[in-house]
Structures are given as C-alpha cells and as structure tokens.
Design a protein around this ligand. Sequence first.
Ligand code: FES
Length: 155
Amino acid sequence: MLLCVSSYLGGSLVYGEGIAVGRHNQRTPTPEDTLHLSTANIAEEGDVIFVPVPGAEQLSNEETLRAQIDGQVMTIAKVDNCVFAFQEFCTHRFGPLSEGTFHGFNVQCPWHKSCFDVRTGKVTSGPAKVDLKTFRVETRDGKICVGVPCTAEKS
Ligand code: FES
C-alpha cells in the first residue's frame, strides 16, 4: 500500500507538476515553425524599431505566433482582442510560452504551470520568480508591429 501511494505521489509530482524534471533546464532550440524577421532596413524610432509581423492580424483570440527578431525569440498572442508580445521562453526553465494556455490575461507555461501577465510580464504564479520581458505592439499601416530595442543584434 505504501509503495502504491508513494509511486502515485512521485508520478504526480514529476509528470503532473514537472517537479525535478531536469531535461527542461536547458534552453530549447528555436522551433521550426518560428517566423524569422529582421530589423534590417527599418528606421529606428528613438530607441525602438517596429517590425511588422506577418499573419498577426489574422490571429484568433488566445492564438499565438512565435517570432525571432534579430535573435530575440518572442510569442505574439491575441488576448481579449488585443495583441501582446513577450519573450517566448519561460523564466523558470525555458518552457515554450507560445504553446501555453491562457487564463484571462495570464499565459500559463506548459511545463511547470508558472503564470505570467501578458500585459506586464509579471509572474502571477510560480515556480517562476523572474518576470518576462515584454515588447510594445502597435499597428502601422494596418500591420501589427512589434517594437524591439535598437540594442538588439541586427541581422
Ligand atoms: S519552464 Fe517551468 S514553469 Fe515554465
């Protein structure tokens, strides 16, 4: 009986909650379905460059795109009819947030269930302790654009 209980508990913690799942402590490669975009040939506006994201206008509510702009991988998500952009990889152990689920304005990491407010990047539920980086989103000439800092490596 004790063996069954401890097996169940261990399975729940590891497979259900993702506790002590060491394979997730490495940065994962950028998935193949990532949009590869660049700030090249786009004018700077102060300290930001606004890059159009193809397909962002067609996003449905709680749908995501994953984009890499000059080395920064980010999730573009539509929530409550607004588009948000935030870093793709969870600050806990690099879970892919574009594959997460949404609860109101929170995105929940698919690996260990940390939650972040997509508007601010703030952690709303652990185990993550570090907030996400967020990016400005604006519509220019009918296209949804993400503002990336000029300090990003140009490609
Ligand atoms: S990788 Fe652990 S909560 Fe996201």
